[in-house]
Ligand binder design. Structure first.
Ligand SMILES: [Zn+2]
Length: 388
């Protein structure tokens, strides 16, 4: 069939399907373990908005939505960059979404910008969503790491001691990397929002709580605290990350371009009394994301997997906020700026967008309450593949 005849014979609906497939060449095909992934030239960071562009995009979002999307400066990084929040909707249920706590993990930021644009729009669907949920996003919490293309923020141990003199002479925090210098901000959280750093709690370790010594974690905590005061509980907390590029689904030959999880705390009683901790609410939220991505036809969007479940990470934002009663969802998009080119960016960003939108929809229409949390256990496991 000639191209002309083919096009002429397609219905409108089929054309839409074709267009969607064309955006992700080969994505629906199974990719063998010898996948040539993780070996592309890097510098993928250039494909994403930098800080100046992010600032401009948010200003524009606020302006074009007529203030429906409300943008605020909520903190400053150690290098003096503004950290923003963007809020949309007036519903009684709040979804707090944080992106790029690791500076070299960009797809979530792009996805959140797209979603804010969509939900801040004038469609009937957008208006209904805004009546039922409030969405508060921090696009790119780690603004310095984003600009420097590092996982860590930009902060030396001396900077920390200058702010917390009681820490003079103690061994630096375990999540500090002197060569950057900076901290893995996602180990700096504590379920006690009023925690003050104590010398005896350093250097700490990954199985223990963090300290709020970084301005980024302090900013996230302050936003969280205000939402908790306003809503009683921060109903949902979503943290958008990236992981190693090369995984597949257990039991299939499908490459897995996204892993999710709701499990960050092994035993909540280990960290005090946290009666609002609700693991089933987290499991339901993850199933909502999973289901939304299964609804995308035969595309590879549906090949997501469960992030390893044998974790105990109370010092992460997800772990600390889960203890306080938030239903938590981790997104780990398979791609890193240092190992990937930009070929898959459109697909990877869209996958996060669709998954997150699925959660928002399920919360807005109440269908999340009828999800069986046990369905979470049916999500395929993640299998590591080496670069080749
Ligand atoms: Zn990360």
């Amino acid at each position: 069939m000639s191209r002309k005849t083919l096009t002429a014979s397609l219905t409108g609906a089929a054309l839409v399907t074709m267009a969607a497939v064309a955006l992700v060449p080969g994505a629906a095909q199974a990719i063998p373990e010898n996948s040539h992934c993780g070996t592309e030239a890097g510098n993928n960071n250039d494909a994403f908005v930098d800080h100046a562009q992010l600032t401009k995009a948010l200003e524009q979002l606020e302006r074009t939505s007529g203030g429906v999307v409300d943008v605020e400066v909520v903190g400053q990084s150690n290098q003096g960059r503004d950290i923003y929040s963007a809020r949309v909707g007036e519903g009684d249920t709040v979804i707090y979404v944080q992106t790029q706590i690791h500076g070299n993990e960009n797809h979530g930021t792009e996805a959140l910008l797209n979603l804010l644009h969509q939900i801040g729009g004038s469609s009937q669907e957008a208006r209904e969503l805004r009546e039922n949920v409030t969405i508060v996003g921090i696009p790119r919490l780690n603004v310095d790491g984003g600009e420097n293309d590092t996982r860590q923020n930009a902060m030396s141990w001396d900077d920390v001691v200058a702010e917390f003199p009681q820490l003079a002479g103690v061994e630096p925090a375990w999540n500090y990397r002197a060569s950057v210098p900076g901290f893995d901000v996602n180990r700096d959280f504590n379920p006690d929002l009023d925690y003050v750093p104590q010398p005896e709690d350093f250097p700490g370790n990954s199985a223990d709580t963090g300290w709020y010594i970084t301005p980024e974690a302090q900013t996230s905590r302050d936003v969280y605290r205000e939402l908790e005061q306003e809503f009683g509980t921060v109903d949902y907390f979503v943290d958008l990350h990236n992981q190693w590029s090369c995984y597949k689904q257990a039991g299939t030959d499908n490459m897995s371009t996204l892993s999710i999880s709701g499990r960050f705390i092994d035993d909540p009683t280990e960290f005090g009394d946290w009666p609002a901790f609700d693991y089933d609410a987290s499991r339901r939220a993850n199933v909502a994301v999973y289901d939304a991505l299964q609804d995308q036809g035969s595309s590879a969007y549906g090949h997501l997997t469960l992030y390893p479940q044998d974790t105990n990470l109370p010092g992460t934002a997800l772990g600390s906020f889960a203890l306080r009663g938030s239903a938590t969802v981790l997104f780990e998009t398979s791609s890193q700026t240092q190992y990937d080119g930009s070929k898959r960016n459109g697909f990877l960003t869209k996958q996060v967008e669709l998954g997150l939108k699925g959660l928002i929809d399920a919360v807005a229409d109440g269908s999340i309450d009828s999800i069986d949390p046990e369905d979470y256990e049916e999500i395929p496991q993640r299998v590591y593949l080496p670069a080749d």
